[in-house]
Design a protein around this ligand. Structure first.
Ligand code: MG
Length: 189
């Protein structure tokens, strides 16, 4: 087999490397008097699932991100092995996340410990938390990222124009129930 081209691969954090959603749901359930599990999450917009506004849920999102949930986030099954293999093949790996920026020290420590220092950069992208930040698409273009691994069609959809610049999007999720055909169409996969 021909030697693979060395790539710069951008990898999302939550639900690609870190199994965060389950913990977030368990955190939110008592606050909103629900008993949801992952299979009840029909949208990435969890405030819609819980039947409240983004403004109402935001303080709880922020509290969750300030809790030790970020430092203790379990790994997605196979993530450590997958990242190690990509690094072994000589690809440059960077993490691109939509978490709140104040999580940088915890996220960096978690990445370093969990992935044996495989990531050469940690970039914070525009999200519901950091509306002023560059989009994931902006970061990919600026840093020369040619492959993005992400679970969220909301973020991945921003990359549609980049497909024409040769960016590959590897779209993965453990929450298959969320991905209706319409959302898959949005990201062009
Ligand atoms: Mg994610």
């Amino acid at each position: 087999m021909a030697k693979n081209k060395q790539r710069i691969i951008g990898i999302d954090t939550d639900e690609v490397l870190a199994a965060t959603f389950q913990n977030l749901i368990e955190y939110l359930n008592p606050i909103f008097g629900k008993n949801f599990s992952l299979k009840d999450m029909w949208s990435y917009k969890l405030w819609e699932v819980y039947g409240v506004s983004l403004e109402k849920i935001m303080p709880h999102f922020l509290d969750f991100n300030r809790s030790d949930a970020i430092r203790r986030a379990p790994l997605i099954e196979g993530a450590r092995e997958g990242v190690a293999e990509l690094a072994r093949r000589g690809h440059k790996l960077v993490d691109i996340t939509g978490r709140p920026e104040f999580t940088r020290p915890d996220t960096q420590a978690w990445l370093t410990e969990g992935f044996n220092n495989a990531f050469e950069g940690l970039y914070y992208a525009k999200s519901i938390y950091g509306v002023h930040l560059p989009t994931k698409a902006d970061i990919c273009l600026e840093k020369g990222v040619d492959t993005l691994v992400d679970d969220s069609p909301i973020f991945a959809s921003e990359h549609n124009p980049l497909v024409h610049h040769g960016l590959r999007i590897l779209f993965m999720t453990i929450m298959e129930n969320i991905l209706g055909e319409r959302e898959l169409e949005i990201v062009g996969m």
